[in-house]
Write a protein of this length. Sequence first.
Length: 313
Amino acid sequence: MPAYRPPSIPASEITPESIFLNRRHFLAGAAGLLAFGASSRSLARPLQSTESPLSTDEKLTPESDATSYNNFYEFGLGKGDPKARSGKFKPTPWTVKVDGLVSKPREFGLEELLSFPLEERIYRMRCVEAWSMVIPWTGFPLAALLDTVEPLGSAKYVAFETVVRPEEMPGQSGFFQPLDWPYVEGLRLDEARHPLTILALGLYGKTLPNQNGAPVRLVVPWKYGFKGIKSIVRITLTERQPPATWNMTAPNEYGFYANVNPEVDHPRWSQASETRIGEGGFFGANRRPTLPFNGYEQEVSGIYAGMDLKANF
Ligand SMILES: Nc1nc2c(c(=O)[nH]1)N[C@H]1C(S)=C(S)[C@@H](COP(=O)(O)O)O[C@H]1N2
Ligand SMILES: [Mo]
């Protein structure tokens, strides 16, 4: 699988708008111009562009939907809460601590994360609630970050942790607490190193808005959306399978693997089909079939060879 193709389109051709209109993909650098949060805006200094073989050419979900219909329980349970209630959240300055079973544990400042070669990836995102979107992310392969800290041979999993800031995240300070904080997630090391797995710093050519997980979140497109942990402050390499928030909260409903699988229904609803947000009508004619591994079967099924995907859902 090609992880990256050298740029073939001169930077002069690129403007942020044209990127989405002509379906070309870009690599952007934003060092020195950090505008996360409510004032999210175009990443500065687009460097180069390339057609990414890992992107879908399906119609993008309207940006206004992707940034207003969100799951981010730290800001509340309603789909509109993350946007409406995240105004106080401060995504800069930011550091991500990378530790555990690595030779070179260290912290990465946001500027350092932005200095990895950024790439645009247009991915389907399938929420376990049976809706989906098509989102253009800007980010870089998680494998690139893992390489720099040199995982030890004993490392088998990667654990992720979201920030805890009740004073800025109203869903963490209310009377009713739906989840234990911090929100945590995990991947097997080979999943974490898969070329499709990225750390995203932006969407639609802009830095991440707070509601989408500013300033840095995980995107694993063949898994249900809840694996895509937001506002990450720590990444830890471990020997044992790390805890994952939804799996711990309701293990019979949400597995650790959470690979999109139309044949494994949620106990309370079918996973055989989904609604594409923006296409209207949650039920009825607009529903489309859900694809194994969310349509990334060819790319990822090899890493699960021999595994019982119904038992390990
Ligand atoms: N920290 C944290 N990360 C999270 C969540 C959350 O509640 N808290 N929700 C998850 C779920 S269920 C989904 S579907 C995606 C939604 O991402 P989006 O709002 O950017 O579309 O984020 C995931 N990451
Ligand atoms: Mo979700």
